[in-house]
Design a protein around this ligand. Structure first.
Ligand SMILES: [Zn+2]
Length: 281
């Protein structure tokens, strides 16, 4: 069942845990996420993300997600991850309840102006908006971290002037699995929480240990986006099957799906999410 995203995040904040947001890529990966949510009684954000949109288009990816999830008893949210302007508007039209607008490439003032406009439009339709401030590098990028972290004063101004519902921040994480992991800047998360007042989001949560997840949750992070670890689990399943010789593709996809279910439940456990859904079969 599709549920109100802000209620899930608010309940997570009150309960001292976080919700998980994971990318769908295909029928089988969407099924894995939905099964994991059902099996573990955890709410899950089903993300339509940056990889699947160029692959099949937003509307087909949305239709696929709906087809798999519509009849589920799990608490689910349809969320657009990293949408540029036009894609965010399309997602609102398609009935998403949660979008992440990515204006990070814009100069700060223009990012504020365009994010505020998206928030105004989205809120008219009851859609919540996440934005990202600070740069989150890809795993293979060489970075000078000091210029990547979310600036506390900018975060305060950005949230106050845009009215975003949640804020994704850069505090040492990367998109993907880091070759050279950077410790999370926990005091910075705490300061950003204090000045913005909104629930915070960490992208690139695949590289995080359970201890880091718990430390970040304790200071205001209530949504984690993870993709790489789940993709690797799916891939392991496929490779297991084909390592035995030629097999039907369905057998490989099924094993990929099984391993992704397990990997997703493991993440939900780290987030403190297991059993948090009120709904049962
Ligand atoms: Zn991101």
């Amino acid at each position: 069942m599709w549920v109100d995203p802000m209620s899930l995040i608010r309940e997570a904040r009150q309960g001292g845990y976080a919700v998980g947001a994971f990318n769908m890529h295909s029928d089988e990966t969407t099924q894995a996420l939905v099964h994991a949510a059902e099996e573990s009684a955890s709410p899950v954000f089903l993300q339509v993300g940056r990889a699947v949109v160029p692959h099949m288009g937003l509307s087909a990816a949305t239709a696929m997600t709906r087809r798999v999830a519509d009849d589920s008893y799990a608490e689910l949210v349809l969320h657009l991850d990293h949408g540029p302007w036009g894609e965010c508007l399309e997602a609102i039209k398609l009935g998403f309840s949660s979008i992440m607008y990515d204006g990070a490439h814009l100069p700060f003032k223009e990012n504020i102006a365009s994010t505020r406009r998206i928030v105004e439009i989205a809120h008219e339709y009851g859609v919540i908006v996440e934005a990202e401030l600070g740069k989150i590098p890809d795993a293979d990028e060489k970075v000078d971290w000091s210029s990547y972290y979310t600036d506390v004063d900018e975060a305060e101004r950005f949230v106050a002037e845009t009215g975003v519902d949640t804020l994704a921040i850069s505090v040492g994480i990367v998109h993907g699995i880091p070759g050279d992991p950077q410790p999370l800047d926990i005091p910075r998360i705490e300061r950003i929480r204090d000045v913005t007042g909104v629930p915070l989001v960490l992208h690139g949560a695949s590289g995080l240990s359970e201890e880091e997840v718990k430390a970040a949750t304790a200071v205001g992070v209530h949504k984690f986006n993870a993709d790489t670890d789940l993709r690797l689990a799916f891939r392991r399943g496929i490779e297991n099957v084909f390592s035995k010789g030629d097999r039907q593709l369905e057998e490989a996809l099924a094993e990929g799906r099984d391993l992704m279910v397990a990997a997703t439940i493991e993440k939900l456990g780290h987030y403190g999410c297991l059993g948090r859904s009120a709904v049962r079969a």
